[in-house]
Write a protein that binds this ligand. Structure first.
Ligand code: NAD
Ligand code: UDP
Length: 319
């Protein structure tokens, strides 16, 4: 039985990860300041004897006498929603986003170093920016603006990766990095602005499905259960300093994606287009997952239709 610290554990991905770790018998310490997450996501875990929640900002030092050791740290804390109009986006929280991915990552590396714990840093496909190559493999260095609207997220994740890499090379930290590609599923925040949530909500309420630009931009969507499996395998099988793309390589245009949701919800919603893409919105995104397949023996198992079916049912219940 391990003692595992999960930052951002009350968020979408973090809560599913905590659930899996608690179910297999590990002791889970969840640190979350509820900036974009919610205690509702972990309500079902609060009564478990092996789950401990601390309302804590990881940019501040974390001290607890309760735990004599920590074996693993999953550092997932960070806003992740890119929509400029959403109150939950990293654009709505630029300073918090920069701090959690830099100071927060540094703090987690210090804790991992002190306890000789393994660390996994949740980075993002956004570090590739608007990629000039497709698919994106781990050794692609990206095409990112340092000052554009997405830079508070992209560049702080990039520096977060650098912090982990320096702790690995200079202090022998057992750290690894996962680059998470668009992930979806139950417990996504219903009020945020990501495409999956917006399109399902719009389709179920018969409102126009709002495509930004002409819908020819692509994304590859990964179901949450596959993402969590990838996260755990990267921690268990990844060697210090390694980087893994974790995502689904089933690439679709956003228009195709909107049409699938419209059809699956049997919605009468119109699909509308805006004149152009938001600034720096990546035109294409598809992970090269050969490394994760080979080293972690991981690959996504859930088809887009199967994952969307479960996600749509979740939103039907809560809307
Ligand atoms: P989320 O917003 O649902 O979860 C993030 C959690 O971090 C929230 O519960 C939030 O309250 C918490 N948090 C933020 N700042 C904090 C701080 N200073 N101290 C403590 N807690 C803090 O987002 P998510 O989709 O679950 O994303 C989780 C991680 O995965 C993030 O690091 C994100 O960058 C990364 N990621 C997610 C996706 C995706 O498609 N969901 C894609 C790429 C990367
Ligand atoms: N998008 C859209 N309509 C929406 C929300 C998003 O057309 O209501 C587009 C967005 O511009 C991007 C893609 O869908 O091209 C995926 O956006 P999302 O916010 O889910 O995440 P991203 O991959 O951009 O981080």
């Amino acid at each position: 039985m391990k003692i595992i610290l999960v930052t951002g554990g009350a968020g979408f991905i973090g809560s599913h990860l905590c659930e899996r770790l608690v179910a297999r018998g590990d002791t889970v310490i969840c640190l979350d300041n509820l900036l974009t997450g919610s205690q509702k996501n972990i309500a079902h875990l609060m009564s478990k004897r092996n789950f401990f929640f601390f309302n804590h900002d990881v940019t501040k030092p974390f001290v607890s006498r309760k735990f004599a050791k920590i074996d693993e740290i999953y550092h997932l804390a960070s806003p992740a929603d890119p929509n400029v109009n959403s109150p939950f986006s990293y654009m709505a929280h630029p300073f918090e986003t920069m701090k959690v991915n830099t100071i927060g990552t540094w703090n987690m590396c210090e804790i991992a170093y002190k306890f000789k714990a393994k660390l996994s840093f949740a980075s993002t496909s956004e570090i590739y920016g608007d990629p000039e190559v497709s698919p994106q493999s781990e050794n692609y260095r990206g095409n990112v603006s340092t000052i554009g609207p997405r830079s508070v997220y992209d560049e702080s994740k990039r520096f977060g990766e650098t912090i982990v890499a320096a702790f690995v090379s200079k202090k022998d930290l057992e750290g690894r990095i996962t680059r998470i590609f668009n992930t979806y599923g139950p417990r996504m925040n219903v009020n945020e602005g990501r495409a999956v949530v917006n399109f399902i909500k719009q389709a179920l309420t018969q409102k126009p499905i709002t495509i930004f630009g002409d819908g020819k931009q692509t994304r590859s969507f990964c179901y949450i259960d596959d993402q969590v499996e990838g996260q755990i395998l990267a921690m268990e099988k990844g060697k210090p300093g390694e980087v893994f793309n974790i995502g689904n390589d089933d690439e679709r245009t956003i228009l195709e994606f909107a049409k699938i949701i419209k059809q699956m919800t049997r919605s009468q919603s119109k699909i509308t287009f805006s004149q152009r893409l938001p600034e720096d919105d990546p035109h294409q995104r598809r992970p090269d997952i050969n490394k994760a397949k080979k080293v972690l023996q991981w690959k996504p198992k859930t088809s887009l239709e199967e994952g969307l079916f479960k996600t749509i049912n979740y939103f039907k219940e809560i809307l």
